[in-house]
Design a protein around this ligand. Sequence first.
Ligand code: ADP
Ligand code: MG
Ligand code: MG
Length: 210
Amino acid sequence: MTLDTNWVKAWISAAADSIGEHKQELNTLDREIGDGDHGENMDRGLRASVAALEKLPDDATPNAALRSVAMTLISTVGGASGPLYGTAFLKAAEPLGDAATVDGAALVAALAAARDGIVSRGKAEPGDKTMIDAWTPAVDAARAAQESGASAPDILTEAADAAEEGAVATEPLVARKGRASYLGERSAGHRDPGAQSTALLLRAAAGAAE
Ligand code: ADP
Ligand code: MG
Ligand code: MG
């Protein structure tokens, strides 16, 4: 489909379903290297976001829809991930301006702005074992796909594939940011929950774009 406000709604609805299905898995990942609430936090935030999007006016732009998700995540997710994902959605909205649809170039700009927003808020670098280790390869893959002429849905599929690989690649890393960093070397051998939820969110974005 064309990436418009209905795509944002379909995306967040699919993301809420996916996070709901994987809630226990995300909690378990977070129990191993954090406090066990990441699935719960994200499930609450995505369900609230679906409800908030239902109340948007019919002529709302994708920008307005993403900002609605951002504000909802900031006010309902809590923890470290709420403000980080909230910032990601807020920053992703900016390059879209007041356009009714999102083309490939705008999509890549939005994904890059989301990643940059998380970095400026959380100060994590690649390799610190955070959601940035899923976002960074996703942005790189999206940009490469766009430059080779891929359609918007294909750009999102490439981004989701790269985010999944990035999430898996956090397993051997030692955490240097967030709660998992308190464990030091003992954080190695576990996948970062935020990187995993990022992969789920981007896979939902790709699915909704088909
Ligand atoms: P909390 O740790 O407060 O319970 P969550 O469990 O919801 O919050 O989220 C934890 C996730 O947040 C981690 O798996 C990691 O991906 C992400 N995270 C934590 N701190 C940072 C940071 N400074 N930069 C980027 N991501 C971070
Ligand atoms: Mg947690
Ligand atoms: Mg917590």
